[in-house]
Design a protein around this ligand. Structure first.
Ligand code: BMA
Length: 836
């Protein structure tokens, strides 16, 4: 079917994906089956030649794989129709990384950049009938070790959690290891590979631009074609909305290029999640010959929107806020790392699940972090659909890069051109960012062991990259680095008055959570706190006799040097020492959620001074202790449930003031319209006895944060003592609770909590497949959580607080297709973590 269609269109494509063979180049005899797209570690794993590197310490035993030369081969047939094409190329959408490509024994080219598409002319080497292809991968690790011994580039944590020399090669930097990831310097044909043949010409690019005016949105489309013939060619474009054509234009190519334009008069705008519909149109571009026959077609989905970074002088310095269609919004989200350390394994379903999980907790922005990869089409497709804005880093992180090397620079320039052309039409694309954290101490006056020179840094991030962006995508903003301070001393990378900031005073700096409340930064693009995955996930990698957080395997699955000690240190300052291994894992999640909630609530209260909070990090690439809110298996940690609450469109939060015996209540609304609701609060003791309470009607202007009530609890404190006092509060709109909050005058470890006597009841919900669990507490219960034995289940709320005598109905949601049985549910709370 594909073939027939492609022949009609005049570009024939023969996929070479599928079954290949892989062997060490030094030992061709021993060939193993291989899958393309894929990578050598996945092939060796499937063939039983290595043990799963994600289990126990197996990663150590497969380090030899990164030191070999690997050869991928397959045979394929070519028919006369393909052979008759005047131009035939082998198109490799992704080779990881140092590759030589041979066809029928003839070398057809080399590749040295994982982030580029490689095309090789194969017209003269192809034969009718049987052909063979070999792609041979050098060891990127041996290459970078050699380069690094010739000239040492600065690189954080090298030799510790990282292998040597990553910055020398244009390859996923976290392959070399990271403080949350394994060291698996893999190789392989990691994206599609195909033969492409054509005789007339093919479409190369269609640059879509939009100009919003009073009479609608004017579309401008610059189409480029690679022509084989010199005969006349025309470009025709359609914009469709739900299948119906809303605009159409056509014009003849001149020297392979043409600009078309059209106006959409009643545009349906694209909005980020929470601001409106993320409406998408279809764009179809055709290459026509002079008889009007379609010779090539490309399709894209586009959104009509203005999406910009607004920086202007204001009372606090310079703003840093994103605006959609002129409306500034608070960016709520997280940092994204590769979805799997062995990336070709991440399926479209994995991307769908993770991104659904991001919008499911009210996120509207993700930052594709610079130590991973430019993501696959599915990723951006789903972000476009769901209204997730993308902050896109270029792939540089935490190291000095050899921009003094002209060939390396040219290689990157081509990479940047390709990625910008690929992604610039995306509705979700909010920002191009040069790199991750290079300005954070890796740049100095001159090159040293720990820094690159400002001169070489600037050549790359102040000159080359912004000029490529200005040429190819002038409509998207560029930001040189994250974190970056645009005013004053550039080395003051976390300047609180301007730019974005990476706030690691809590965690790396070991400051107390209260430090967050002193931050007045304009946009917090990184801050984080670690936790362990839940017991079921840990059981996957830690055998029974290693289930203690100081065991070798548990420390092996913890890549932050200060990791486990830091978790425990903070844990003891907030919570009682937990009993046993499992409670330690769960309590680490509660602690992590508390830390990030502390931070985000503060910044949202501080809007519009602060206009973004992207925590580190959304996801994991293997099972490990890390800063993620979703573990490798897709299980939500307590933080992810908390994110749903602290990123809610309308958020109630409590600021406690133990000295003054006072709670201050604040509401932050991201709604685009005014809202009115009822604030309710109940003060009780740890036995659940009500001591006070009240209600208040509150109106909130659109997009604002304000202090709405002070509650003086000095009398109650005198009566029951500060360790016995709990404040529960909620905000209701039209009778429905939209946000809950909670306050105490002491840290949870000093509360006189009593056994809450939790019980739960499982009910099915009418005809629907939904299952409801009603959880009840006799006495106040903090951080109540449901734990599931069956997989494929999630709760619509978890790690919540209950008042004494309160019942809460929690809906269980299926993850994927499965049906929920509602069996094996355990309900526990903070009390159970320490009470034996
Ligand atoms: C950041 C990131 C990563 C790192 C994280 C946790 O600043 O950019 O490099 O994994 O901190 O240490």
């Amino acid at each position: 079917m594909d073939r027939i269609e492609s022949q009609i269109s005049g570009v024939s494509k023969v996929s070479l994906n599928g079954e290949w063979r892989v062997s060490r180049a030094a030992d061709r005899e021993e060939e193993l089956p291989a899958v393309v797209p894929g990578c050598v570690h996945l092939d060796l794993l499937a063939a039983g030649r290595i043990s799963d590197p994600f289990v126990a310490e197996n990663e150590d035993d497969c380090q030899w794989v990164s030191r070999e030369v690997w050869s991928y081969r397959r045979a394929f047939d070519v028919d006369q129709a393909t052979l008759d094409c005047d131009r035939i190329v082998l198109r490799c959408h992704g080779l990881d990384t140092l590759a030589e490509v041979f066809m029928n024994g003839v070398k057809i080219g080399d590749a040295n950049n994982m982030f580029r598409t490689w095309e090789f002319d194969v017209k003269s080497v192809l034969r009718l009938g049987a052909n063979d292809i070999e792609v041979r991968f050098q060891s990127a690790l041996l290459f970078t070790e050699a380069k690094q011994s010739e000239r040492k580039l600065p690189n954080w944590s090298e030799g510790n959690e990282k292998l040597v020399g990553g910055p020398w090669v244009r390859k996923c930097q976290s392959n070399y290891g990271w403080d949350w990831g394994p060291k698996l310097v893999t190789c392989g044909i990691w994206k599609d590979i195909e033969l492409v043949g054509f005789s007339f010409g093919r479409l190369q690019d269609a640059h879509f631009q939009q100009h919003h005016g009073a009479d609608g949105v004017r579309i401008q489309l610059t189409v480029e074609a690679e022509m084989v013939t010199s005969s006349q060619a025309t470009a025709r474009a359609f914009i469709l909305d739900g299948g119906a054509v809303v605009a159409e234009c056509e014009a003849a190519f001149s020297e392979g290029k043409v600009t078309l334009s059209a106006t959409i008069t009643r545009p349906k705008l694209w909005w980020p999640n929470g601001m409106g519909e993320a409406h998408l149109y279809e764009l179809r571009v055709e290459l026509l010959d002079k008889g009007g026959f379609v010779r090539d077609v490309v399709g894209k989905r586009i959104g009509l929107r203005r999406l910009e970074l607004q920086r202007h002088a204001d009372e606090w310095g310079e703003s840093f806020q994103f605006a959609a269609n002129g409306v500034p919004f608070f960016a709520k989200g997280a940092n994204w790392i590769p979805a799997d350390a062995l990336l070709p394994r991440a399926s479209a379903g994995d991307y769908r699940r993770l991104l659904d999980d991001a919008v499911g907790v009210n996120m509207n922005m993700l930052r594709v972090w610079g130590g991973g990869v430019y993501e696959c089409e599915e990723f951006y497709d789903i972000c476009d659909e769901l209204g997730i804005c993308v902050w896109q880093d270029f792939m540089f992180a935490c190291a000095g890069y050899p921009s003094f090397d002209a060939a390396w620079m040219r290689n990157f320039e081509l990479e940047a051109e390709e990625q910008i052309r690929r992604l610039r039409h995306r509705a979700s694309l909010a920002l191009w960012c040069g790199n991750n954290e290079l300005e954070q101490g890796i740049v100095a006056e001159t090159w040293t062991d720990t820094a690159m020179s400002w001169e070489d840094y600037s050549a790359l991030f102040d000159e080359l990259l912004p000029s490529v962006i200005a040429r190819l995508d002038p409509d998207t903003d560029y930001w040189p680095s994250s974190a970056h301070s645009p005013i004053g001393d550039r080395c003051d990378f976390n300047n609180p008055t301007c730019g974005d900031a990476h706030l690691w005073d809590v965690w790396h700096g070991r400051k107390p959570f209260e430090w967050y409340w002193t931050s007045t930064h304009r946009f917090c693009s990184e801050f984080g706190f670690q936790s362990f995955p839940e017991p079921r996930s840990v059981e996957f990698y830690a055998p029974a006799d290693e289930r203690n957080i100081t065991s070798y395997v548990m420390e092996h699955h913890q890549r932050s040097g200060i990791g486990n000690a830091t978790i425990i240190d903070y844990m003891l300052s907030w919570f009682r020492l937990p009993c046993g291994f499992e409670n330690t894992l769960w309590l680490s999640q509660i602690l992590q959620a508390a830390a990030i909630q502390y931070a985000v609530e503060h910044w949202r209260r501080n809007m519009p001074r602060t206009m973004g909070a992207l925590y580190w990090q959304l996801n994991d690439c293997w099972p490990v202790a890390s800063w993620s809110s979703i573990d490798y298996f897709g299980r939500w940690k307590a933080l992810h449930y908390a994110a749903k609450r602290f990123f809610a469109p309308v958020m109630l939060s409590v600021v406690d003031d133990p000295k003054a015996a006072k709670f201050s209540l604040h509401i932050t609304s991201d709604l685009l319209t005014e809202c009115e609701g009822q604030l309710r609060w109940v003060l009780c003791d740890t036995d659940g006895r009500e001591i006070g309470g009240g209600t208040k009607i509150v109106s909130m202007a659109p997009r604002c944060a304000r202090h709405v009530l002070d509650i003086d609890v000095s009398d109650a404190r005198r009566d029951v003592g500060e360790q016995g006092l709990l404040l529960f509060c909620e905000f209701l709109i039209n009778g429905e609770t939209v946000s809950r909050s909670f306050g105490t005058l002491v840290r949870p470890k000093h509360l006189r909590l009593r056994a809450p006597k939790l019980s739960h009841r499982v009910e099915s919900c009418g005809d629907s497949k939904d299952v409801i669990v009603t959880v009840s507490a006799k006495r106040p219960a903090l951080f109540v959580w449901l734990e599931f034995e069956e997989d494929g289940v999630r709760a619509d709320d978890n790690f919540f607080h209950l008042q004494g005598g309160e019942s809460r109905s929690i809906r269980l949601l299926p993850v994927g297709e499965g049906e929920i049985k509602g069996v094996g549910i355990r309900v526990r709370s903070l009390y159970d973590t320490f009470a034996e």
